[in-house]
Design a protein around this ligand. Structure first.
Ligand code: ZN
Length: 237
């Protein structure tokens, strides 16, 4: 059993009919639905309840999922800092789609994390370039999403530990669509699919990648800080 905390800003679903039709329970609802079916313990927060993402909640979280887009700047700095600190202590985290511009992702990456994009509903073909990685278990050579927002390189990230998938779009653009990182004790996964107007989070391959990623970023155990600013000589403690 994994303790999962989902944050979704829950803005498009309330302001755009088209998005509400795709995600009547919100993007967090769709994510929680398939993750709950694996008998995980899932909690959801939205921008309205974001202050409730306290240190206590994060200490009691194995894996966090983050989806945000238009309301990144409304996320309080303290919450972003809390999430960053939890990752450094060992909490796993998965940033989805436009989460590349979220405050906690940028804090953890230390770069602008910019992408180029266009919204023409191109088909995306995601190539599995790291088939032996645990997150790619059950994924073939590639899978396709009938419609997705186009994200294009350059993606101004620090060099990932590993790139697991390259996304290719009908227009010819390519993108590092699945990347792993670690920061101190925590594992991080960035996954590009998930534009709000398309039913991406119902796609079985997308769900497989997210399920596998939950298992992969989940800490095997949590550590307390193992260092202090001033140490005594061994034997004199
Ligand atoms: Zn998008």
């Amino acid at each position: 059993m994994t303790k999962i905390t989902i944050y979704n800003e829950f803005y498009h679903e309330q302001t755009e009919e088209k998005v509400r039709e795709v995600y009547p329970q919100g993007i967090h609802g769709a994510l929680a639905d398939f993750l709950r079916s694996d008998e995980n313990e899932v909690r959801c927060f939205t921008l309205e309840t974001i202050e409730e993402i306290t240190d206590e909640v994060l200490d009691d979280t194995d894996v966090m999922l983050w989806w945000g887009h238009l309301r990144h700047s409304a996320v309080p700095d303290e919450v972003a800092q809390r999430v960053r600190n939890a990752v450094l202590k060992g909490m796993g985290i998965i940033f989805l789609h436009s989460g590349h511009h979220s405050k906690p992702f940028r804090l953890l990456m230390g770069t602008s994390c910019d992408v180029s994009w266009r919204e023409d509903g191109d088909m995306e073909r995601l190539w599995n370039i790291c088939p032996s990685h645990p997150i790619m278990r059950g994924i073939g050579r590639y899978f396709e999403l009938e419609h997705e927002e186009t994200y294009s390189e350059p993606f101004t990230l620090p060099e990932p530990d590993q790139v697991l998938m390259i996304g290719w779009y009908e227009g010819g653009e390519v993108f590092r669509s699945a990347c792993t990182f670690h920061r101190e004790n925590g594992r991080i996964f960035y996954f590009q699919p998930g534009h709000e107007t398309f039913p991406i989070f119902y796609d079985p391959n997308v769900q497989t990648v997210i399920r596998n990623a939950v298992e992969w970023v989940k800490p095997m155990y949590r550590v307390e800080k193992l260092y202090s600013p001033h140490i005594k000589k061994i034997g004199e403690e």
